[in-house]
Ligand binder design. Sequence first.
Ligand SMILES: Nc1ncnc2c1ncn2[C@@H]1O[C@H](COP(=O)(O)OP(=O)(O)O)[C@@H](O)[C@H]1O
Ligand SMILES: [Mg+2]
Length: 478
Amino acid sequence: MDGVTAFVLAGGRSSRMGSDKALLQLGGLTLLERTLHTAQAVAERVYISGPRPRYEQFGVVVEDVYPDCGPLGGIHAALSATETDLNLVLSVDMPMMTPGFLEWLVRQAQAAPELIVVPDALGGLQPLCAIYRPQVRTVAEEALKRGDYKISHLFSALPTRQIPLPEIVAAGFSENLFRNVNTSEEYGEVVRQKSPAPEPQPKETEKQASMHERKPYIEFQNVHKAFGSNLVLDGVSFDVMPGETVCILGRSGVGKSVSLHQIMGFLKPDSGRIWVAYEDVTDYGEAEMERIRKKVTMVFQNGALFDSLTVGENVAFPLRERGGLEEEQIYQIIDGLLDMVGVREFRDLLPSDLSTGMKRSVAIARALAAQPDAVLYDEPTTMVDPLMAHLLGDLIQKLKKQLKLTSIVVTHDMALAKKLADRLLFLHEARAIFFGTFKEMAACQEPIVQEFLDLDSMDFEHYFGAQRPPHQTRFGTP
Ligand SMILES: Nc1ncnc2c1ncn2[C@@H]1O[C@H](COP(=O)(O)OP(=O)(O)O)[C@@H](O)[C@H]1O
Ligand SMILES: [Mg+2]
């Protein structure tokens, strides 16, 4: 809605849960992400209010001008930063809150001359799901300077519209929307309830993306890579926009995996630039790449699971590495992720007990545990039976739709590429001979691209598969 800015108070300090509430997982997303998505539905811009180092990976952070003064400090910082008349302040710990209610609240504020519009629910005013006009800032600042951190004092000092509960209920909303999560028990309760809060939603919505002016999330700029005399990539350029899925196609040995490994920083290009997560990572060292690898994870061809750890512990690994989670939370997250990829019943088995396809599902769950913005899949359906290939394809599509992950899928599987790709990159003899949509591909004059389009998926392994036939193919001697 125009003229509305939202500020999500992530806080971070002194949580009674012994960990950072904002980073608690609920339905595959952190509370912070859920709240950001809910707020995005009604606000032109959404900011996070809290310590920058902790939250900058999730969006644009506004830090307190008066730190350690509780939520009033956050409200003050929000109103110091805003450029709009209406400012929604929303706490991170109301996971039941819906875009529908927020929209209604904004409409109440648009119709009200008061400086603050605050709902009265659950036995009190809800200052952390309320709308503030910029004029409130001065009074907030005076209070902070006095050492008076009670938000309620704003309501008595300034023209405030308190929306009584009956009005909220009459508009069709439940006061449960305001329920906080403060303790593990409350958290568990909310988890057990079928929450009416938003579906798992885009990690990087268009609004968030617009903060980056629709820049690519990943980009190759004229990348050259050779191993000795083996020239693998000879000036390859392509880009992947946030939320987009790009499939990389091409025959075995053409440099598909090498491309992914360069994105992860396992290999470096000889020349050209590589951008990942909006950063030029070409000259990054290990420490900087470690930071990037928290945002971009790779699902390896062989799954790369730890053989001695159970399925559950494999998925827990990135969670334990990240730290700050209690055991109970870790188990909830593991179960959620294994559920999502459809292998929950194998939680306590070892990887060696699973088929290749199942292992790959577990590897995908493990990649998601790191809560990446982007996932790189290397040949996700190779070497599995057709049914499992189909299931894995559906899974990747589900993740693409539900989490709007930015993805690169390296594949030989034309059916998979058709299902998933927003755009396709076709590598051939060290060059990107095609980069575009399927539609554009039909118009592409490159004979090899045309032949590729003519192939049906059954034939495909035959021409591009890892086990190429010993005889000459239509594309020349392997
Ligand atoms: N670490 C490496 N050292 C030397 N050569 C490599 C290395 N990694 C890949 N190559 C070579 O680079 C080429 C591209 O490999 P790769 O990207 O794995 O192909 P694919 O497209 O099948 O994934 C191959 O010729 C391979 O032998
Ligand atoms: Mg490969």
